[in-house]
Design a protein around this ligand. Sequence first.
Ligand code: ADP
Ligand code: MG
Length: 322
Amino acid sequence: DVLADQIAAGEVVERPASVVKELVENAIDAHSTQIDILVEEAGLKSIEIVDNGDGIATEDVPLAFERHATSKITTREDLFKVRSLGFRGEALPSIASVADVVLETSTGDETGTQIHIKGGQVVDHSLAAVRKGTDISVKDLFFNTPARLKYMKSPQTELANISDIVNRLALSYPEIAFTLSHEGRELIRTSGRGDLLQVIAGIYGVQNARKMVQFKGENVDFEISGYTSLPEFTRASRQYISVLINGRYVKNFQVTKAIIEGYGSKLMVGRYPVAVLNIKMDPLLVDVNVHPAKQEVRISQEPQLQELITKVIYKELAKENL
Ligand code: ADP
Ligand code: MG
């Protein structure tokens, strides 16, 4: 049902960056170790994601484009137990209902498949000799929903949103090699060797990576580790602070605030650090029901966690003799 898919698309795919997010998350779920993202005209003309993951078996390809045909988990509660990002089975049908999509995929043990869907209608579906993994190309996003096109911001802003998404996915998965290029120009490249500082260098540059301080600490319920920037390397927004719980990117205002408080009075007004904080904790202490799509979470023992973060960062920065 194309109309239902387009309505769902209104929630799942607001802008090019949301398409990138959904497709890259699918590639991650498929155990890819290399994910290349190629974008043209800030994603409105073309978004292509090439992965070397599990691929989709020929007989499952049409299913993948049906709503709620997720091969993954079914409840939100599973989210922090299973390391899978998708769970609604809405992304592919939604995207295919508002764009011109070509998917080529192979599991590696049989002939691959190619399917071409435009505005929710299958244009072509055939067997194809392709390497293991999935290559999905999304062209002319929102070509048939002009109202949505009107909501697009400037190309710079849309591209910045795409970069943000790729940045935080790369920070969340240091063991996956990512590239992002826009019109042939490479914007992000990470090695996939699992070293968080290397990922930071791949995103913020080698010079800036030298301005990061490593920290580590724990209490009964939490283990924290990561990198945070010296007060000389700051940004005008909090969005360069990435928080991951058990390897999953989350948003939590109190945790972000705790990092900033670790700086005491070392930050200038309106400036925020660049930071990556990994929290390891019992998944049962995370409540994801606040808004699963928006990544906001509530954490039990939050004050104790805040205190730990602020203390550990404060201590680490104090060593730097600022
Ligand atoms: P969800 O991720 O919520 O399951 P999607 O609509 O994003 O739903 O994807 C539908 C299904 O298509 C997935 O469950 C998965 O089985 C398959 N799929 C999508 N993208 C890929 C990919 N890059 N590699 C392997 N399988 C994929
Ligand atoms: Mg998905």
